[in-house]
Ligand binder design. Structure first.
Ligand SMILES: [Zn+2]
Length: 240
């Protein structure tokens, strides 16, 4: 079984700082996303699953259209599998409504006129992200028990919460440890190859977080990668 932990905004420096050895696995590093004009989530995951730079196509519909983009399975790496499960991945099986809710809360946070209002929105925003995380995690744990040929789980909490709380070291560490423990659980499943991949990382902007211009990758096997592009993983997975 191949398992892909797709973690939005998992930051290389934070994986190091928080000692997330299970996320690091045996082989790890930064991805090179310099071919893209900006580190955009939908563009990067679309490029990952199709093995091609899809920036132009994804951006052609405008910002709102972008999030509803869905690739046909025939255009993606999943077409070479018999029984793939892909949970919540942007561009493929994304829960548009749930993610729209968090984008609306984010907008309301920045539009809020006083600190009390901001604090109340922030609380709701964080709670919403955690609830969504738990829902996806539950489905993911169920899927990896069933032994599909490939299981991909997309986890967005580190990105969503990071945007407004990146300066909160305790909160960020808790989220990183949570993902590290999930990677540890996967390690115990026999005959499993694990790829951990992020679209981009995150850098501090005051107390907030913004996307950094490289991503994180790790593998439980040697794929002879040093500074791969996100599109290179299409071939890596097909070769397995
Ligand atoms: Zn983001």
């Amino acid at each position: 079984m191949i398992i892909v932990l797709a973690i939005d905004a998992l930051e290389y420096e934070k994986v190091q700082q928080f000692g997330c050895d299970n996320l690091k696995q045996q082989y790890y590093g930064k991805t090179d996303i310099s071919e893209f004009s900006e580190p955009r989530t939908m563009v990067l995951w679309s490029s990952f699953i199709t093995g091609m730079n899809k920036e132009k196509v994804v951006l052609s519909g405008g910002n709102n259209e972008m999030w509803s983009k869905r690739w046909n399975i025939g255009d993606t790496l999943f077409s070479s599998f018999k029984d793939p499960i892909v949970l919540d991945l942007p561009g493929f099986s994304y829960d548009l409504l749930s993610h729209e809710k968090s984008r609306n809360l984010l907008r309301r946070f920045f539009e809020a006129e006083n600190n009390n209002e901001k604090e109340a929105i922030l609380k709701e925003y964080n709670k919403d992200a955690i609830e969504h995380h738990k829902k996806i995690k539950e489905k993911f744990l169920e899927a990896i028990k069933q032994r599909h040929d490939i299981v991909l789980g997309y986890f967005s909490a580190i990105d969503v919460i990071g945007h407004l709380n990146f300066g909160n070291g305790t909160m960020m560490k808790t989220l990183y440890r949570e993902m590290d423990e999930l990677a540890a659980e996967i390690k115990n499943i026999p005959d499993t190859k694990l790829i951990v991949l992020s679209d981009h990382g995150m850098k501090p902007i005051g107390a907030f977080g913004d996307h950094s211009n490289y991503g994180f990758w790790s593998t439980s096997f040697d794929a002879h990668l040093s500074s791969p592009k996100i599109t290179d993983f299409f071939k890596v997975i097909q070769n397995l």
